[in-house]
Design a protein around this ligand. Structure first.
Ligand SMILES: [Zn+2]
Ligand SMILES: [Zn+2]
Length: 242
Protein backbone atom coordinates (compact mmCIF):
# COMPACT_ATOMS: atom_id res chain seq x y z
CA UNK A 1 0.00 0.00 0.00
CA UNK A 2 1.10 3.59 -0.59
CA UNK A 3 2.54 5.38 2.44
CA UNK A 4 3.69 8.52 0.61
CA UNK A 5 4.88 9.46 -2.85
CA UNK A 6 7.58 6.93 -3.75
CA UNK A 7 7.14 4.88 -0.57
CA UNK A 8 5.08 1.72 -0.29
CA UNK A 9 4.64 -0.88 2.41
CA UNK A 10 4.03 -4.62 2.32
CA UNK A 11 1.74 -5.79 5.12
CA UNK A 12 -1.13 -4.19 7.01
CA UNK A 13 1.06 -2.65 9.68
CA UNK A 14 1.78 -5.50 12.08
CA UNK A 15 5.05 -6.53 10.38
CA UNK A 16 6.38 -3.98 7.89
CA UNK A 17 8.58 -4.12 4.81
CA UNK A 18 9.02 -0.87 2.84
CA UNK A 19 9.88 0.00 -0.75
CA UNK A 20 11.45 3.33 -1.69
CA UNK A 21 11.60 4.37 -5.33
CA UNK A 22 14.05 6.90 -6.69
CA UNK A 23 14.75 7.63 -10.35
CA UNK A 24 13.31 4.30 -11.48
CA UNK A 25 15.23 2.16 -8.99
CA UNK A 26 14.04 0.64 -5.73
CA UNK A 27 15.50 -0.03 -2.28
CA UNK A 28 13.66 -2.36 0.09
CA UNK A 29 13.97 -1.64 3.80
CA UNK A 30 13.43 -4.79 5.89
CA UNK A 31 12.08 -8.04 4.48
CA UNK A 32 9.30 -8.87 6.95
CA UNK A 33 8.29 -12.51 6.71
CA UNK A 34 9.07 -14.92 3.81
CA UNK A 35 5.50 -14.86 2.44
CA UNK A 36 5.82 -11.14 1.65
CA UNK A 37 7.96 -12.16 -1.35
CA UNK A 38 4.74 -12.96 -3.19
CA UNK A 39 3.46 -9.43 -2.56
CA UNK A 40 6.52 -7.78 -4.11
CA UNK A 41 5.45 -7.86 -7.79
CA UNK A 42 2.18 -6.03 -7.12
CA UNK A 43 3.83 -3.40 -4.91
CA UNK A 44 6.55 -2.85 -7.51
CA UNK A 45 3.98 -2.63 -10.30
CA UNK A 46 2.17 0.09 -8.36
CA UNK A 47 5.44 2.07 -8.53
CA UNK A 48 5.68 1.33 -12.26
CA UNK A 49 8.66 -0.93 -11.53
CA UNK A 50 9.48 -4.65 -11.56
CA UNK A 51 11.71 -6.99 -9.58
CA UNK A 52 14.69 -6.15 -11.81
CA UNK A 53 14.54 -2.56 -10.54
CA UNK A 54 15.24 -3.63 -6.94
CA UNK A 55 18.86 -2.63 -6.34
CA UNK A 56 19.28 -3.19 -2.61
CA UNK A 57 17.76 -4.58 0.56
CA UNK A 58 18.79 -2.70 3.69
CA UNK A 59 18.00 -4.17 7.12
CA UNK A 60 17.35 -1.95 10.14
CA UNK A 61 18.56 -4.82 12.36
CA UNK A 62 19.11 -8.55 12.44
CA UNK A 63 15.84 -9.87 13.93
CA UNK A 64 14.18 -12.71 12.05
CA UNK A 65 10.90 -10.83 11.45
CA UNK A 66 12.93 -8.36 9.37
CA UNK A 67 15.03 -10.98 7.53
CA UNK A 68 11.93 -12.64 5.97
CA UNK A 69 12.49 -13.01 2.23
CA UNK A 70 16.04 -11.53 2.31
CA UNK A 71 17.89 -14.73 1.44
CA UNK A 72 15.51 -15.55 -1.39
CA UNK A 73 15.88 -12.06 -2.91
CA UNK A 74 19.66 -12.26 -2.55
CA UNK A 75 19.94 -15.74 -4.03
CA UNK A 76 17.36 -15.56 -6.81
CA UNK A 77 17.74 -11.90 -7.86
CA UNK A 78 21.32 -11.17 -6.75
CA UNK A 79 20.10 -8.20 -4.71
CA UNK A 80 22.75 -7.16 -2.17
CA UNK A 81 21.65 -7.20 1.48
CA UNK A 82 23.23 -5.02 4.15
CA UNK A 83 22.94 -4.48 7.90
CA UNK A 84 24.95 -2.65 10.57
CA UNK A 85 28.14 -4.57 11.42
CA UNK A 86 27.08 -5.20 15.02
CA UNK A 87 24.02 -7.16 13.82
CA UNK A 88 25.63 -9.15 10.99
CA UNK A 89 26.07 -12.36 13.00
CA UNK A 90 22.48 -12.10 14.26
CA UNK A 91 21.24 -11.61 10.66
CA UNK A 92 23.14 -14.72 9.58
CA UNK A 93 21.60 -16.69 12.43
CA UNK A 94 24.97 -17.34 14.07
CA UNK A 95 24.11 -15.92 17.48
CA UNK A 96 20.90 -16.18 19.52
CA UNK A 97 18.46 -13.28 19.79
CA UNK A 98 19.86 -11.01 22.52
CA UNK A 99 16.30 -10.22 23.73
CA UNK A 100 15.05 -12.39 26.57
CA UNK A 101 11.43 -13.48 26.75
CA UNK A 102 8.25 -11.80 25.59
CA UNK A 103 7.85 -9.12 28.27
CA UNK A 104 4.23 -8.28 29.12
CA UNK A 105 1.69 -9.87 26.80
CA UNK A 106 -2.00 -9.86 26.02
CA UNK A 107 -3.29 -13.01 24.48
CA UNK A 108 -5.33 -11.71 21.53
CA UNK A 109 -2.70 -9.42 19.92
CA UNK A 110 -0.05 -12.05 20.53
CA UNK A 111 -2.12 -14.70 18.79
CA UNK A 112 -2.76 -12.33 15.85
CA UNK A 113 0.99 -11.72 15.54
CA UNK A 114 1.87 -15.41 15.75
CA UNK A 115 -0.91 -16.30 13.30
CA UNK A 116 0.37 -13.79 10.71
CA UNK A 117 3.92 -15.03 11.28
CA UNK A 118 2.84 -18.64 10.82
CA UNK A 119 0.72 -17.99 7.73
CA UNK A 120 3.52 -16.03 6.05
CA UNK A 121 6.23 -18.62 6.66
CA UNK A 122 7.81 -16.76 9.56
CA UNK A 123 8.41 -19.86 11.63
CA UNK A 124 10.98 -21.15 9.14
CA UNK A 125 13.04 -18.23 7.92
CA UNK A 126 15.85 -19.19 5.56
CA UNK A 127 19.22 -18.25 7.03
CA UNK A 128 20.82 -15.21 5.40
CA UNK A 129 24.01 -16.62 3.91
CA UNK A 130 25.72 -13.37 2.90
CA UNK A 131 25.23 -9.88 4.24
CA UNK A 132 27.42 -6.81 3.80
CA UNK A 133 27.79 -4.28 6.59
CA UNK A 134 27.66 -0.54 7.05
CA UNK A 135 28.70 1.77 9.86
CA UNK A 136 27.24 4.70 11.72
CA UNK A 137 26.98 7.92 9.72
CA UNK A 138 27.29 6.23 6.33
CA UNK A 139 25.21 7.41 3.41
CA UNK A 140 24.40 4.23 1.54
CA UNK A 141 24.99 4.10 -2.20
CA UNK A 142 21.54 2.66 -2.95
CA UNK A 143 18.32 4.22 -4.32
CA UNK A 144 17.06 6.85 -1.88
CA UNK A 145 20.58 7.30 -0.40
CA UNK A 146 19.57 6.51 3.20
CA UNK A 147 21.84 7.89 5.91
CA UNK A 148 22.60 5.54 8.80
CA UNK A 149 22.12 6.60 12.43
CA UNK A 150 22.97 3.74 14.74
CA UNK A 151 20.59 3.46 17.72
CA UNK A 152 21.73 0.45 19.78
CA UNK A 153 19.50 -1.07 22.42
CA UNK A 154 16.77 -3.05 20.65
CA UNK A 155 19.72 -4.99 19.22
CA UNK A 156 23.40 -3.97 19.33
CA UNK A 157 23.36 -2.99 15.65
CA UNK A 158 19.92 -1.39 15.34
CA UNK A 159 20.02 1.43 12.81
CA UNK A 160 17.63 4.18 11.76
CA UNK A 161 17.71 5.08 8.07
CA UNK A 162 17.00 8.68 7.08
CA UNK A 163 15.83 9.18 3.51
CA UNK A 164 15.92 12.96 3.27
CA UNK A 165 14.58 13.10 -0.29
CA UNK A 166 11.34 11.42 0.83
CA UNK A 167 11.27 13.06 4.26
CA UNK A 168 11.17 9.60 5.80
CA UNK A 169 12.90 8.13 8.84
CA UNK A 170 12.85 4.32 8.94
CA UNK A 171 13.35 3.45 12.59
CA UNK A 172 13.14 -0.34 12.51
CA UNK A 173 12.33 -1.45 16.05
CA UNK A 174 14.08 1.50 17.73
CA UNK A 175 10.53 2.92 17.98
CA UNK A 176 7.37 0.85 17.54
CA UNK A 177 3.93 2.39 17.02
CA UNK A 178 2.26 -0.96 17.73
CA UNK A 179 3.31 -3.59 20.25
CA UNK A 180 2.74 -7.01 18.71
CA UNK A 181 2.70 -8.58 22.18
CA UNK A 182 0.15 -6.29 23.86
CA UNK A 183 -1.69 -4.48 21.05
CA UNK A 184 -0.75 -1.09 22.55
CA UNK A 185 -0.45 1.64 19.93
CA UNK A 186 1.53 4.88 19.77
CA UNK A 187 5.29 5.47 19.88
CA UNK A 188 6.89 3.14 22.44
CA UNK A 189 9.86 0.86 23.08
CA UNK A 190 9.36 -2.23 20.89
CA UNK A 191 8.83 -5.69 22.39
CA UNK A 192 11.86 -8.03 22.21
CA UNK A 193 14.24 -5.16 23.03
CA UNK A 194 17.53 -6.46 24.44
CA UNK A 195 18.42 -3.36 26.49
CA UNK A 196 15.52 -0.98 27.13
CA UNK A 197 17.56 1.71 28.92
CA UNK A 198 20.08 1.81 26.11
CA UNK A 199 17.29 1.87 23.51
CA UNK A 200 15.67 4.90 25.14
CA UNK A 201 19.04 6.67 25.56
CA UNK A 202 19.88 6.04 21.89
CA UNK A 203 16.86 8.05 20.77
CA UNK A 204 18.85 11.19 21.59
CA UNK A 205 20.76 10.42 18.39
CA UNK A 206 17.59 11.03 16.36
CA UNK A 207 16.81 14.37 17.99
CA UNK A 208 16.90 17.25 15.55
CA UNK A 209 16.12 15.12 12.50
CA UNK A 210 13.26 16.30 10.33
CA UNK A 211 10.97 13.69 8.79
CA UNK A 212 7.32 13.91 7.82
CA UNK A 213 7.08 10.12 8.05
CA UNK A 214 8.51 8.10 10.91
CA UNK A 215 8.17 4.52 9.66
CA UNK A 216 8.53 1.70 12.19
CA UNK A 217 9.04 -2.03 11.77
CA UNK A 218 5.73 -2.62 13.55
CA UNK A 219 2.75 -0.28 13.48
CA UNK A 220 1.38 2.54 11.38
CA UNK A 221 3.36 5.55 10.15
CA UNK A 222 3.87 8.34 12.66
CA UNK A 223 3.39 11.82 11.18
CA UNK A 224 3.51 13.89 14.38
CA UNK A 225 7.22 14.69 14.08
CA UNK A 226 10.39 12.98 15.24
CA UNK A 227 10.69 15.04 18.44
CA UNK A 228 7.16 14.18 19.60
CA UNK A 229 7.67 10.49 18.84
CA UNK A 230 10.81 10.49 21.01
CA UNK A 231 9.01 12.35 23.80
CA UNK A 232 6.21 9.77 23.80
CA UNK A 233 8.62 6.83 23.88
CA UNK A 234 10.47 8.37 26.81
CA UNK A 235 7.31 9.07 28.78
CA UNK A 236 5.91 5.58 28.18
CA UNK A 237 9.25 4.04 29.22
CA UNK A 238 9.48 6.20 32.37
CA UNK A 239 5.91 7.03 33.39
CA UNK A 240 5.76 10.02 35.76
CA UNK A 241 5.44 8.93 39.36
CA UNK A 242 2.57 10.41 41.29
ZN1 LIG B 1 13.37 -6.36 16.28
ZN1 LIG C 1 10.60 -6.46 14.57
Amino acid sequence: MEIASGIRRIGQGMINSYLIEEAGAVTIIDAGVPGYYGDLPAELAALGRSIGDVKALVLTHGHSDHIGFAERLRKERKVPVSVHGADAALARGEVPNPAKGFGPTRIRPLIEFLWLTMRKGGLRIPRLVEVSTFGDGATLDVPGAPRVIVVPGHTPGSAALHVVGRSALFVGDAIATYAVTTGASGPQVAPFTADRDQAVASLARLEGLEATYVLPGHGQPWTGGVAEAIRLVRSSANPPKG
